[in-house]
Structure formats: structure tokens, C-alpha cells
Design a binder for this molecule. Structure first.
Ligand code: ATP
Ligand code: F6P
Length: 440
């Protein structure tokens, strides 16, 4: 098939890793699990979280703290059954092609960890323990108020009572909790221990490439409040012509957007930002009126998807000169690679360092291009790969994304400066087409 990109990215065929979360309640385990799952899925690595709490809720939907007392035989039995059901489902999922399964539970005793390790071992699954240790009272209290009082465990309950009960739940766990390798007899395990949200990390016996990538990613996470702003460049001369790629300057309306961008940013927040652009003229020109005290950085990785032999052509010209490619791209837009150019999948792979740096950083404004913006947006908003290349990302619009505990909040700021549409529906060769249907 023309320009089809197969097997690009990470070679993970024979790898199966179970990431086993460890830690007392309200230490961010579920947060870490879901963010790791999002990152891996974005990289096309089959990843799935198995949350033992969800299994336990089938049997004990609204338990009080006493349920978690380790001397409560009934509670123990139900919790054990929930863990067994989660692990059984996870193993089934591995057999059907899963690569990274994340077992989200406290796994707070040595016995429980040994049990998980043995089962995984017997099934050819590597184990990576990821423990979150946190003794900052303010962080723990904020976590309880932020996510625990609204948990289904406390449905319709007074938040203050729920918070008190949750504190008692933590005390029950504290009676038996052992930090991993705290007694020096778990040194054979592969583990990452994150202390006080990354102030200190301990890494032990990391074995292979995929494990080290997961570890590196998790080491870069922080939870300080921050936002990521995304904007396309202002309308360009090629946009006016309906041509793809190139390195043209802004149109007069694109210039107006560049002049308006500082005001849009101020409207969205008064914080000082760092600005990242691509190395192409149109993004640099769009960012040039932003305040001089904003740090600016150009990234080659933010350049637009390379359309290879089709660079500079209109869609009609591509259809005329490369009819098979035109059809192949519409059939599988995410994987299709332009001859001598790139696919969306390639762009995601080259954006990985950008995502890594974004996770480490605080407030960043990214001025980039349609395809690249779609890929970054898909990461934060968990968009499906088959759909994300078809998303409508209008020109002259600033998008502010704010990551929260379980999901990312989005606000859009329109400049109200007209621009052509560069969105294109399947099969179309129109130069400028109004977006239709589900384009987000
Ligand atoms: P439980 O055992 O009850 O399921 P949990 O450990 O899974 O609890 P989460 O539900 O993930 O806890 O808690 C979410 C909160 O943890 C979020 O508010 C998030 O900001 C915060 N958080 C994220 N990472 C960390 C971390 N490394 N240490 C402490 N808190 C964190
Ligand atoms: O206490 C928090 C929690 O997520 C419960 O909802 C869940 O039942 C439990 O942890 C799972 O962990 P464990 O296997 O240690 O009981």
C-alpha cells in the first residue's frame, strides 16, 4: 500500500509488564495509573488499568473505615476476592495482546506484593512496582478533599464525615503498611519509589527499555497547578491558497492575529508564560508580539507534519498526481506516511520529548501547526488515534488546557479575526471547507 507506515515506534511485541501501584490511600496512585495509561496509549502501546477498588465496590459499595481493618475477616475476604478478580481479568487481557497492565490498589503488605509477583512471574509478565510515599499532611488533606469525598464510596454523604472516615481508613492501612523493601528483603524486585511527589526517587533493578521509559515519564510528573496554551500560527499565505506544508509568511489577517495574541493570553491568565514555537517562519512571526520577558524557545519537533513529495501542493494536485496516496491517506490517516515524509504516528513519536518536557514544566504556550496541535491535544484530551487526525482546529483561536486530578479542563478564546478553514473532510479536495459533523 502506498506510503503505509507499519510498526513505527516502540517495539514491544514480546514485552508484558504489570505496573503494580503501592502506597497508602490518597497518595496519588490512581492519578499516576491513569496518567501513565494515557501516555502509553498515546504512544500506541496497549495499556489498561485494573482498579481493585472498582471490583471491591461490586461487593461492598459504601464501606466504612472498619471494613478496611485487617482484623475484619469479612472485609479481608472481600478485598482479597476483589484483588483476585482484578488480577484474573488483567491476565486475560495480557493473553489478548495487552502490553502494560496497571494494577491499581494499595498493595501495602509484603504478602500481597509477593502474591502478585508470583502470579505474574508464572504467567511470563514482568513486574514493576511503583510506590508513592507522601508524608506531607497538606497534600494528603487536599487529595482527600479533592477526590475522596466525591468518591462513589461516599455517595450522598456529608463531605466532612466522608473526610473523617477516609482518615480512619488510612489509619487502618497504616497499621500494616510496609514501604517496599523497607525491611531490606524485597531488593530483588524491580521498583520505582516516588517520595513527596518527586522530591526524591529511588529506582531499583529496572530491566528493559519500556520499563525505563515508564520510569522516566513518572519521574517527570508534578502536580503544581499549571496550564498549557495551544495556538496555531496566524493564517499563512499557503493557507489562503489551500496549499499544504511550506514555510510561508503570515497573511495580513494572520498578522492581525499575531498582534492580538498577547491580549488573548492576558485575557486567559495574568501569569508569565514560556513560549515554544516551531522553527518555521509562520509560528515565529505569530509569537513575535508576545511580551519580551516571556522566554521563547524554537523546537524542530514542533514543525508541521512533513508531507514529503506533496509539500506545497493543494489536495486537488495531490489527488491528480498521487491518486493512490490520496485514497490511502483517507483510509487510514493516522498511519499513512507521505512518500519521503511523515505520518501522524511519526509525529507522535517525535513529539514524545515535547510531552516529557511539558510534564516537567509549568505554564507553556505552544504556537505550532494543525497536525502537531492535533497530536498534542489528543494526548491531553485522550482522543482516539483514528479520530484525532480529523479534528477541527480552527485558526485564530487560543486553547487553554488545565490538567486536573481526573481529566483536563479546556477553555477556548476566539480572536474574532476571520481566517480560512483548513479542515478537510474525507474524500474532499476543496481548498476551504466548512467543518461538518463530529470534528473534535
Ligand atoms: P486510594 O488508595 O484511595 O485509591 P490513591 O492513592 O489512588 O488513593 P488518588 O485517588 O490518585 O489516590 O489521589 C488523587 C490526588 O493525588 C490528586 O489530587 C493528585 O493531585 C494527587 N497526587 C498525584 N500524584 C501524587 C503523588 N505522587 N503524591 C501525592 N499526591 C499525588
Ligand atoms: O482504600 C483505597 C482502595 O482503593 C479501596 O477502594 C480498595 O478496595 C483498596 O484500596 C484496594 O487495595 P487493597 O488490595 O490493598 O485492598
Amino acid at each position: 500500500m502506498p506510503g503505509k507506515a507499519n510498526g513505527v515506534g516502540v517495539q514491544v511485541e514480546d514485552t508484558k509488564i504489570c505496573v503494580v501501584m503501592v502506597g497508602l490511600p490518597a497518595r496519588g496512585k490512581s492519578y499516576i495509573a491513569q496518567i501513565a495509561q494515557r501516555y502509553l496509549q498515546w504512544l500506541s502501546i496497549p495499556a489498561q488499568t485494573f482498579n481493585v477498588g472498582n471490583y471491591r465496590r461490586n461487593d461492598a459499595p459504601h464501606p466504612t473505615a472498619d471494613f478496611f481493618d485487617f482484623n475484619n475477616a469479612e472485609g479481608e475476604r472481600k478485598r482479597r476476592a476483589a484483588a483476585e478478580a482484578a488480577v484474573a481479568d488483567m491476565l486475560r487481557w495480557f493473553r489478548s495482546g495487552g502490553v502494560v497492565g496497571i494494577l491499581d490498589a494499595t498493595n501495602s503488605t509484603k504478602d500481597r506484593r509477593k502474591w502478585v509477583h508470583e502470579i505474574c512471574d508464572a504467567n511470563g509478565v514482568e513486574v514493576l512496582f511503583v510506590e508513592s510515599v507522601c508524608d506531607q499532611e497538606d497534600v494528603i488533606m487536599a487529595n482527600i478533599l479533592d477526590v475522596k469525598t466525591s468518591s462513589p464510596d461516599y455517595k450522598d454523604q456529608d463531605p466532612e464525615e466522608a473526610a473523617n472516615d477516609f482518615r480512619r481508613r488510612i489509619s487502618q492501612y497504616e497499621k500494616v503498611y510496609k514501604t517496599i523493601d523497607g525491611d531490606g528483603d524485597e531488593g530483588d524486585y524491580t521498583y520505582l519509589k516516588i517520595m513527596n511527589i518527586g522530591k526524591q526517587v529511588i529506582i531499583n533493578r529496572i530491566q528493559d527499555y519500556l520499563q525505563s521509559r515508564i520510569v522516566y515519564y513518572l519521574m517527570n510528573l508534578h502536580i503544581r497547578p499549571r496550564s498549557v496554551w495551544l495556538s496555531r500560527h496566524g493564517e499563512s499565505l499557503y493557507n489562503l491558497d489551500g496549499r499544504i506544508g511550506g514555510d510561508t509568511m503570515l497573511s495580513p489577517r494572520g498578522e492581525l492575529y499575531a498582534k492580538k495574541l498577547p491580549e488573548l493570553v492576558r485575557e486567559s491568565d495574568d501569569r508569565s508564560l514560556t513560549v515554544w514555537t516551531s522553527t518555521l517562519k509562520r509560528t515565529i512571526a505569530t509569537a513575535r508580539w508576545l511580551p519580551a520577558h516571556y522566554n521563547q524557545l524554537q523546537w524542530k519537533a514542533l514543525d508541521e507534519l512533513d508531507s514529503g513529495v506533496c509539500d506545497g501542493l493543494t489536495y486537488q494536485e495531490i489527488k491528480d498526481s498521487y491518486p493512490d496516496d490520496f485514497v490511502a491517506r483517507d483510509d487510514d490517516k493516522y498511519n499513512y506516511r507521505y512518500p519521503a515524509g511523515e505520518s501522524y504516528r511519526d509525529v507522535v513519536i517525535r513529539l514524545e520529548p515535547i510531552i516529557m518536557e511539558l510534564e516537567r514544566s509549568e505554564d507553556i504556550l505552544i504556537v505550532t501547526h494543525q497536525a502537531v496541535l492535533r497530536c498534542i491535544y489528543a494526548y491531553f484530551m485522550k482522543k482516539d488515534q483514528a479520530k484525532s487526525p480529523w479534528m477541527n482546529v480552527p485558526l485564530h483561536t487560543l486553547i487553554k488546557l488545565t490538567p486536573r486530578a481526573y481529566g483536563t479542563e479546556e477553555i477556548r478564546y476566539e480572536a474574532n479575526i476571520p481566517a480560512v478553514s483548513t479542515w478537510r473532510g474525507k474524500g474532499s479536495t476543496a481548498k476551504h471547507e466548512a467543518p461538518t459533523g463530529d470534528t473534535m
